[in-house]
Design a binder for this molecule. Structure first.
Ligand code: ADP
Ligand code: ZN
Length: 429
């Protein structure tokens, strides 16, 4: 029923295991120049339970940048066999180094994650991620092989070739980022195929924020079950938290990580079930352990037990990064609030873009929305009505009325990798 019995381990034993591994991690981390300094004076005897992690200092993305490239390595460079870098969505990239053992641990976590949402060794997986420094390429790849699936390293782009391989090799599992999935669904139809006739049954979607509404749209358009996959390079890559078949939040693998949710302003833990910033500590990394990493990702622990019997706590879908927040007319707005609203409307197509603009002295938001072809009619009045409705729906969600621009499908440029949802044009128009 589980890939690894640890997934259903009794909580008391699991927490004991975490405490042991945390002590080990501290010991190893101290061999790196960065943590030797950071953890100076810490008495390991003070760490008796996983909750004692709060006695340790945070590590931030800036720390990783400042220590670039080798400051966090706890072993000689010769012991490392792989390097990845975060995709640099929010600035200078950071480099993560892996020993062979770290890669094995990661592949196991990844295999476990895929098994958890129903992938089996008889499946055929096509990975549509780029195979570069981005962990979604090799990370998914080795996990898929570890599980025993036939694995096709298709790489990004070239939808025609993707479709051909899916059909030729009867692909049952797709790894695809949500923004590309929406686009791909359309391409499959345009190529003359009915998604119902495609061999696939599972889509592993993640790597970028997306809403429940976007998932529903992907499932409907592709005729597939889509499972949310969360990870970040600093914590290996994908395989940190994954949805099980119940699709009610992602199990975060607590034998490999200690997760905390804090108020980003105060650094204190939020109350159980409340949204805050996810903070993570690696428990099974020997080469480059990271302690209390501030992910900037906002989520919450989902209270209660999951029907699948796994005991590892679930996190809710990531509502965005703390850095994604826009402030307009004094109101805090996240791009995902806008997506949620748009994707719930049947007329809305696959893509959208939020532009921050300046009109006179005030800041405004312009939302460009692709409309499905069948609604993109010549009747001006119908279009204006739709435009108003979108603006009104958005206003009830974000409390300010944005300018809405209706666009034809595929007219908004699509990013190669992760979607770019917000462009700041203030002072540039
Ligand atoms: P970068 O930070 O440059 O994008 P990564 O490739 O390491 O580099 O991406 C990790 C980030 O991607 C996470 O911190 C998170 O913001 C986002 N992410 C990953 N998986 C998901 C997911 N399932 N839902 C929402 N956001 C995700
Ligand atoms: Zn579950």
């Amino acid at each position: 029923m589980y890939y690894d019995p640890v997934e259903a381990m009794d909580r008391v034993a699991l927490e004991q295991l975490q405490a042991e591994r945390l002590r080990e991690t501290i010991e190893i981390a101290r061999r790196s120049p960065f943590y030797a300094e950071r953890l100076k004076g810490l008495n390991p005897d003070e760490i008796r339970t996983p909750a004692d992690v709060v006695k340790l200092p945070f590590t931030t993305k800036d720390d990783l940048r400042n220590q670039y490239p080798h400051g966090l390595l706890a072993r000689p460079l010769d012991d490392f066999v792989r390097l990845h870098a975060s995709s640099g969505t929010t600035g200078t990239p950071v480099a993560i180094f892996y020993t062979q053992k770290d890669l094995d641990t990661w592949a196991d976590l990844m295999a476990r994650s895929m098994y958890c949402c129903g992938c089996r060794r008889s499946d055929v997986l096509q990975n549509t991620s780029g195979y570069g420094l981005f962990t979604g390429g090799l990370g998914i790849h080795y996990g898929s092989e570890r599980l025993g699936m036939l694995t096709i390293p298709a790489g990004a782009g070239n939808t025609k070739r993707q479709i051909k391989m899916i059909l030729d090799h009867q692909v049952t599992v797709l790894h695809i980022i949500p923004s590309f999935a929406l686009y791909f669904a359309q391409k499959v139809r345009e190529a003359g195929y009915d998604p119902e006739d495609m061999p696939w049954r599972i889509a592993l979607i993640g790597a970028e924020p997306h809403t429940e509404q976007a998932r529903a749209k992907i499932e409907e358009l592709m005729h597939i079950k889509a499972y949310n996959s969360y990870g970040l390079s600093e914590m290996n890559g994908p395989g940190v938290a994954f949805e099980c078949v119940h699709q009610k939040g992602m199990h975060l693998w607590e034998d490999a990580y200690i997760a905390e949710i804090i108020n980003p302003e105060t650094g204190e833990h939020v109350a159980e079930g409340e949204v805050g910033e996810l903070v993570m500590t690696t428990l099974k990394r020997e080469g480059m352990p990271i302690i209390r990493y501030r992910t900037r990702d906002l989520t919450r622990f989902i209270p209660g037990k999951c029907e699948c019997g796994r005991t590892h706590r679930r996190i809710d879908r990531i509502t965005g990064r703390a850095d994604d927040m826009m402030i307009l007319k004094g109101v805090n707005i996240y791009p995902m609030q806008i997506e949620q609203c748009l994707m719930a409307m049947p007329e809305v197509g696959q893509n959208y873009l939020i532009e921050l603009i300046r009109e006179g002295v005030s800041d405004q938001m312009r939302v460009k929305v692709e409309i499905k072809d069948e609604y993109f009619v010549e009747d001006m009045r119908a279009l204006q009505g739709l435009q108003k409705r979108i603006a009104k729906n958005l206003c009830s969600e974000i409390l300010v009325t944005p300018r809405v621009e209706l666009c034809q499908s595929e007219s908004i440029p699509k990013a190669e990798g992760k979607a770019v949802r917000v462009v700041d044009l203030r002072g540039k128009e």
